[in-house]
Design a protein around this ligand. Structure first.
Ligand code: GDP
Length: 316
């Protein structure tokens, strides 16, 4: 039931995908809980290999599993690598969820994203908008895999009584993001471009698409906090949206990034690149009713992301 309390005290919590932006934020957040965090590198366990995953789970016996491992990417990567996004995500989540059932995991949290909803879903998008219409073509491969993950959690709950839950965050950003213009999401892409334009003294920087799509941006530290909250206080079949409730156009995002980075030039729009969904605003009422809200402002979060980029990447 929603509201049922689950204690992390003394538990072994496996964060699958701990090197990614979400997994690393989760490891940082769990440091202030009374639990033991388990991680394993890709070099020792390839999560796409069922035997390797099951052997590791049988040996380590985690009590709690957070599936932050996934093949992720921005609009360009997602639309140009369809088999990677579909196959890798399906097989990773299937291996871990089935292993969690086999080895008696008492709580599992599966992560997806707002792209599970139909392209033209009514806004804001409530959890029950799932499977009510066609998906956005630029990320349908990822979306299909993530919808299958939600259904796997529900199926194991229904058939075997497993306490497996799912959370669907909106567009994420923050420390540990993939700062790669081609493969990354918009926040990382625009931070790099604004920084390079500033350093090179360029009069303008390029944005993909028209700048008019609306997105909701959640700082990954807030997400990790929400996930710990859900592990402790949520136990039910429906997935839960995790967002801020505030949306911005891509142009507004670029303006705020310009301010944070110190880029004062113009924006050029490359309309040969896709816009993707016109709008993706989450309805966060279920999460709010449970008692959790985001607290980091966009500008504050962007300052942290830019500082992380400066500290962790070589640049011109
Ligand atoms: P989406 O939310 O799945 O569409 O993923 P993205 O974060 O990759 O893109 C969000 C929006 O930002 C889309 O409308 C993109 O066209 C737009 N955008 C503008 N400039 C960039 C950029 O440099 N990189 C990325 N990834 N998106 C950009």
């Amino acid at each position: 039931m929603a509201g049922t309390d689950f204690s992390l005290s003394g538990k072994k919590v496996w964060v699958a995908g701990h090197r990614g932006m979400v997994g690393s934020a989760m490891v940082r957040r769990l440091a202030s809980e009374d639990c033991e965090v388990l991680t394993v590198g890709r070099d020792s366990v390839d999560l796409r290999r069922q035997d390797a995953v099951e052997r590791w789970m049988r040996d380590k016996r985690p009590d709690v599993v957070v599936i932050a491992a996934a093949k992720v990417g921005g609009i360009l990567a997602n639309s140009t690598l369809p088999s990677d996004f579909l196959y890798d995500n399906l097989v990773i989540e299937t291996n871990i969820i089935h292993g969690a059932h086999l080895y008696g995991v008492s709580k599992l949290l599966f992560l997806g994203s707002s792209c599970i909803y139909p392209r033209l879903a009514a806004q804001p998008m409530a959890e029950d908008a799932l499977l009510t219409g066609p998906l956005e073509p630029t990320n349908e491969w990822y979306a299909i895999a993530k919808i299958a993950g939600i259904k796997l959690c529900q199926a194991y709950r229904q058939q075997h009584g497993c306490d497996f839950i799912s959370a669907m965050p909106t567009n994420l950003f923050g420390p540990g993001d993939n700062f790669d213009v081609q493969a990354g999401h918009v926040v990382a892409g625009l931070i790099i471009k604004a920084h390079q334009a500033k350093v090179n003294g360029s009069p303008s920087m390029e944005l993909w698409g028209t700048g008019t799509p609306l997105r909701e941006f959640l700082h990954v530290g807030d997400l990790a906090d929400a996930l710990v909250f859900l592990l402790k206080h949520y136990s039910d079949a429906p997935h839960i949206n995790v967002g801020t409730g505030t949306e911005h156009t891509i142009r507004q995002l670029a303006e705020t990034i310009g301010k944070v980075v110190g880029f004062t030039g113009e924006f050029r729009f490359d309309t040969s690149k896709p816009d993707g969904s016109p709008r993706k605003l989450m309805d966060n009422s279920r999460l709010h009713a449970l008692g959790w809200r985001a607290h980091t402002s966009l500008e504050e979060g962007l300052r942290e992301a830019y500082a992380w980029y400066l500290a962790n990447h070589s640049h011109p």
